[in-house]
Design a protein around this ligand. Structure first.
Ligand code: UDP
Length: 502
């Protein structure tokens, strides 16, 4: 069943992790707002996470449907209902989840074949969707959840291997062939980039399937990283459309609150607390949906926050309890300084899930201490706030360099070592005094801090403008929809069987 007349039918298949699923659902909603017919393939438990927001879009007259399928969690040894990386918080569990998702292939193939959309937007982590799409002659568009800068850095590090010609883990090297001088140390690179391991084959396959796709969909906007958007298209030869920041599709407060997991604080409590604070005075601290610290590190952060004297909102999440990968959040009072939460309302702790987009856009927020997940970076940029960068793993160190070395919008906490999973025995990454110094550098009133604030505010305006009619991201979404229509016409004329990258 194809789509009628001028309307395209776009199908979306998100990966089941908040940092991937949330932006892809936002993208799907942008397509629907643009008049496309949209189908999101989603598993039972994940459907509960997005149902409310989709129901509201349907009420607004948008053509958007959920195609709900069951995930074979128990077949791979996961507990029933464990369908998202947030509920699979150990390396072993997330690998099992990855396999459970792979087992969906026959179901996905049947859906593609029955509904026969004009394109399928698939997370890059599912390279097999390219094979199915090719077999059925459907355009497959890849989404990898990150920006142009990251893509270019990764390509050039893989191509030139600059980290192999230096002596030590801590010596800095420059990534060749980029628009700016971007410096990294070997210790900040992901394990898989440094040496071949059991995931190397998969990693190569992901990159290859991305290149062989109809194109790549980016959650970014041109004004944020123009040199890298151009480099990606003109030098690397990757066909890409930038349509972000996609979180901006959430215009109503209720959509912002409903985005992702169920929030652990009410909208009113959160906003009331922020309303009592001076503009740009509050530091917001959140390490994304997956990062875990042990108690020693969390105590150091608590010390620094208290000593800084700045009001703050700290999304504590869960804290690592044992080295075998269990997490709990019951004993926080044991490691938080005495009376920490009651001190003149200085801080608001959120144990669990925060309405991040809603918090960041409040005028009281003056800084964002972040783990540098791409979504968090973009959301902070939209909010126009400067950053304290504390990357931990994945591509977070690359994102940090964009913020600190290219955009000049933040100060690094100075983490030197990429490490995927903390254990109870992990060393403290940064001491309370180091954290305190960095907080003061960003939240203080030095000339540098004031300039950084000005730059952040200006970029925030550009970010919001990018998705408005006639501006860069809006235009690229329009161009993408035209490209999909052209693909459909060429296909029906028998000109192409399927297309590869530009
Ligand atoms: N997020 C949120 N509340 C939380 C933690 C995270 O809304 O308490 C959202 C955040 O706004 C962002 C996403 O979860 O959109 C996290 O994605 P990111 O790429 O920043 O990091 P990841 O979780 O993938 O490491």
């Amino acid at each position: 069943m194809g789509s009628d007349g001028n309307q395209i039918h776009a199908m979306f298949f998100p990966y089941m992790a908040p940092g991937h699923m949330m932006p892809m659902v936002d993208m799907a909603r942008m397509f629907a707002a643009f008049g496309a017919k949209v189908t999101i393939i989603i598993t039972t438990m994940n459907a509960l996470r997005i149902k409310n927001v989709i129901d509201r879009d349907v009420k607004l007259g948008r053509d958007i449907t959920l195609e709900i399928i069951s995930l074979p969690s128990t077949e791979v040894g996961l507990p029933e209902g464990c369908e998202n990386v947030v509920s699979a918080p150990t390396p072993e569990m997330s690998i099992k989840l990855f396999h459970a998702i792979e087992l969906l292939q026959p179901k996905i193939k049947k859906l593609f074949s029955d509904l026969h959309p004009d394109c399928i937007v698939s997370d890059s982590l599912c390279p097999w969707t390219l094979d199915i799409a090719n077999e059925l002659g459907i355009a497959r568009i890849a989404f990898n959840g990150s920006g142009f800068f990251n893509l270019c850095l990764l390509e050039n590090i893989t191509l030139y291997e600059p980290h192999k010609s230096i002596e030590s883990e801590t010596e800095t090297f420059v990534v060749p062939g980029l628009p700016h001088e971007v410096k990294l140390t070997r210790s900040q690179l992901p394990d898989i980039v440094k040496a071949k391991n059991k995931f190397s084959e998969l990693f190569d396959k992901l990159r290859e399937s991305q290149r062989k796709s109809f194109g790549v969909l980016m959650n970014s906007f041109y004004e944020l990283e123009p040199g890298y958007a151009d480099h990606c298209r003109n030098v690397l030869g990757i066909k890409a459309w930038h349509i972000g920041p996609v979180s901006l599709v959430n215009r109503d407060t209720v959509d912002k609150v409903d985005r992702g997991e169920k929030t652990s604080i009410s909208k009113h409590d959160c906003i009331n607390w922020l309303d009592c604070k001076k503009p740009r005075s509050v530091l917001y601290i959140c390490f994304g949906s997956l990062t875990r610290f042990n108690k020693k590190q969390t105590t150091e952060i608590a010390y620094a926050l208290e000593a800084s004297g700045h009001p703050f909102i700290w999304v504590v999440g869960k804290v690592l309890k044992t080295s075998n990968g269990e997490f709990e959040d019951e004993e926080q009072e044991l490691w938080l300084p005495q009376g920490f939460e009651d001190k003149n309302g200085q801080g608001l702790l959120i144990r669990g899930w925060a309405p991040q987009v809603l918090i960041l856009e409040h005028e009281a927020i003056g800084g964002f201490l972040t783990h540098c997940g791409w979504n968090s970076i973009l959301e902070g940029i939209v909010a126009g706030v400067p950053f304290i960068t504390w990357p931990i793993f994945a591509e977070q160190f690359y994102n940090e360099k964009l913020v600190t070395q290219v955009l000049n919008l933040g100060v690094s906490i100075g983490n030197e070592v990429w490490k995927a999973w903390a254990t109870e025995d992990s060393l403290v990454i940064k001491s309370g005094d180091d954290i305190l110094m960095t907080i003061n550098a960003v939240m203080g009133d030095t000339e540098e801090a004031i300039d950084m604030n000005k730059r952040a505010k200006k970029l925030g305006e550009l970010a919001k403008k990018a998705v408005e009619e006639g501006h860069s991201s809006y235009n690229d979404l329009k161009r993408l929809i035209e490209d999909i229509k052209m693909h459909r016409i060429s296909k029906s004329n028998g000109v192409i069987k399927n297309s590869g990258h530009a």
